[in-house]
Ligand binder design. Structure first.
Ligand code: ZN
Length: 301
């Protein structure tokens, strides 16, 4: 790995996977600030380099070694999110959640007999989505190897408001309500990130915190991938650094569906359903650092 960080949980921050579902840390924004830079990683490498050219390693040394396993070759900071990559990985991640909710396998691993259960659920789910919406998702379209515009487009469609009801219906009815929240929040976050509009960063950040709290509380068995972690834990800071603008390139298609989704988001009273406590996070502006910025009207969210 060019970054040298082959053992890292995240290439942007030094937090651990276990932190990502730690409720106390989730409301403390500073726990997930982007704190890795190419210069720091190189410094760390120099510090850990022994005379024999190997890196100093010991058990449970993440705090000191921070996932560094080889010489870093990158000289620039990897502080970005690739939108198409986010859509493709986002669909794969959400589909995995759906298959598990369909088969009531509340466990992220898919070994042995469970794999068969998941495959069965997968077939049912994909057929139902296609039947209800005409939208065909399959492996080939989600590998990301063939034409990125097609796959990005597939992802945008998957997260569109139009398909949401049909997608939510594919999970067992007892999970539908909380899964709908999950899917809606994730979709809105993705749309805001992939837009080019100006974004109210504290408000947007609150959405990402809400999402992480939802996972920690209602879906603790779900694991983030590195890509989905970046979206949820780092996109607010990246947007702030981007002059509080979404990170996408102009695409009429994307903007059009964003507006529709945002309209629905406000109308259906989703905000009101969230526990009051979550909003306390935004009440003291000093907690929003380092991304405290303009509190302007949001266009993107
Ligand atoms: Zn991170």
């Amino acid at each position: 790995m060019e970054s040298g960080l082959g053992g890292a949980d995240c290439l942007l921050c030094t937090s651990r996977r276990s932190d990502w579902k730690d409720l106390k840390k989730l409301v403390d924004f500073d726990c997930f600030a982007i704190d890795r830079t190419a210069a720091k990683t190189l410094d760390l490498y120099k510090q850990l380099l022994k005379d024999d050219g190997e890196i100093e390693k010991s058990k449970d040394d993440y705090n000191t070694r921070q996932g560094l396993i080889s010489k870093p070759l990158l000289s620039s900071d990897q502080h970005f999110i690739t939108i198409t990559h986010q859509y493709i990985n986002g669909v794969t991640w959400i589909l995995k959640i759906i298959y598990h909710l369909r088969s009531s396998v509340l466990n992220w691993s898919e070994r042995g007999v469970i794999k068969e259960q998941i495959n069965k659920a997968r077939e049912l789910v994909l057929n139902e989505i296609e039947k209800a919406t005409g939208f065909r998702l399959d492996k080939c379209e989600l590998t990301g190897n063939s034409g990125t515009s097609t796959t990005g487009g597939q992802g945008r469609r998957f997260f569109s408001f139009e398909l949401r009801k049909a997608i939510v219906k594919t999970v067992r009815s007892n999970y539908q309500k909380s899964f709908e929240k999950l899917l809606q929040l994730y979709s809105v976050i993705l749309r805001a990130v992939s837009s080019t509009e100006s974004v109210d960063v504290p408000k947007f950040r609150q959405l990402t915190v809400d999402f992480s709290v939802l996972i920690a509380k209602e879906f603790p068995w779900i694991d983030y991938s590195m890509t989905t972690h970046s979206l949820i834990f780092h996109s607010a800071e990246l947007i702030f650094r981007n002059n509080s603008r979404g990170l996408g390139e102009i695409s009429e298609d994307a903007l059009e569906s964003t507006n529709k989704d945002v309209r629905n988001f406000h109308l259906d009273g989703f905000w009101l359903e969230l526990p009051k406590k979550l909003f306390e996070v935004t009440k003291s502006p000093q907690q929003i650092s380092p991304s405290a910025g303009t509190v302007e009207a949001v266009n993107g969210v």
